[in-house]
Design a protein around this ligand. Structure first.
Ligand code: YH5
Length: 279
């Protein structure tokens, strides 16, 4: 049975939990600038916590396919105030979605408990920084870079290659002095994968558990839902819920989602069912 520890907090992973996505990125339809995105992100934090999120994942860099990169200064200006707000007002687990070591350091100083890195600590200095901070880290698989990862991704055996990559990153983490208890793995749905690759990974998710680490899954509203169902970004709730339930049934401990209230309800039904197995 897995649990996460950070400082004096403990988070049980005995039944699947929800990580809420909090994007702190300026929206192109507003001229409100930085303050507007801060206010919006804080309101979203309040909302998802009231809906039952166990973790809020705060990110200031868009890693969607084709998105532009963001400077360290800009990323800090976006995320640190939102982390400070959350730490001050809520008793929730806070995850920082970043690949930059300086952002990791300042985020943890501001109250973050988990590092979520889609680049699996491959940026210069990131591995040493995560080891030094001694907090749980999610290592995600990506083939290529966000700018070009969806340009015809190829694998001989996607399951094995994702497993091998994550296994190698685990070795680097342990060699850098990180504790085994601080490692979470993620197959990285949509990150350099075709629709077929994504569904192979979901179908064979239990194989990722052979490495004996908790597994985080993010497929909420992604193309693997939208392209399959021919639904635009605003009409992917049912598909995303089905994907989250399947991932949980396949043993995923953490579900990273946009639609917190609906996902918590669905997971509660699943957990009640699983609990009744033993009665
Ligand atoms: C993830 O899977 N994903 S950012 C495109 C979409 C919708 C959502 C086309 N960060 C993950 O959420 N961190 C992101 O519609 C992540 N695992 C972890 N650990 C991409 C995203 C998204 C992209």
């Amino acid at each position: 049975m897995f649990e996460l520890k950070s400082g004096d907090k403990t988070l049980s992973l005995a039944s699947p939990i929800v990580m809420a996505i909090i994007n702190v990125t300026p929206d192109s339809f507003s001229d409100g600038g930085q303050h507007h995105s801060f206010e919006k992100a804080c309101a979203q934090v309040d909302k998802v916590i009231s809906q039952g999120a166990a973790i809020v994942d705060i990110g200031g860099e868009s890693t969607r396919p084709g998105a532009a990169s963001v400077s360290e200064e800009e990323e800090l200006a976006r995320v640190i105030p939102v982390i400070e707000y959350t730490a001050k007002n809520h008793d929730v687990w806070i995850s920082i979605d970043t690949s930059k070591p300086q952002v990791m350091e300042q985020a943890v100083a501001a109250g973050a408990h988990i590092i979520n890195d889609v680049r699996a600590l491959q940026e210069p200095g990131a591995l040493a920084m995560a080891a030094m901070l001694d907090v749980p880290v999610c290592l995600m698989h990506m083939q290529g870079q966000p700018q070009d990862m969806q340009d015809s991704p190829e694998y001989d055996n996607v399951i094995q290659q994702v497993n091998d990559f994550l296994s190698l990153r685990v070795d680097y983490c342990l060699a850098a002095g990180m504790s085994r208890e601080n490692i979470i793995l993620d197959p990285g749905f949509g990150f350099g994968k075709t629709l077929e690759h994504n569904y192979q990974l979901l179908a064979k998710l239990p194989e990722l558990h052979s490495l004996h680490f908790p597994v985080l899954v993010g497929l909420s509203r992604k193309s693997m839902i939208g392209d399959l169902l021919q639904r635009d970004i605003n009409n992917r709730l049912a598909g995303s819920l089905a994907g989250a339930m399947i991932a949980a049934q396949q043993g995923a401990q953490i579900l990273r989602v946009h639609d917190v209230e609906e996902t918590v309800d669905a997971l509660t039904v699943m957990s009640a069912t699983m609990a009744s197995l033993h009665n």
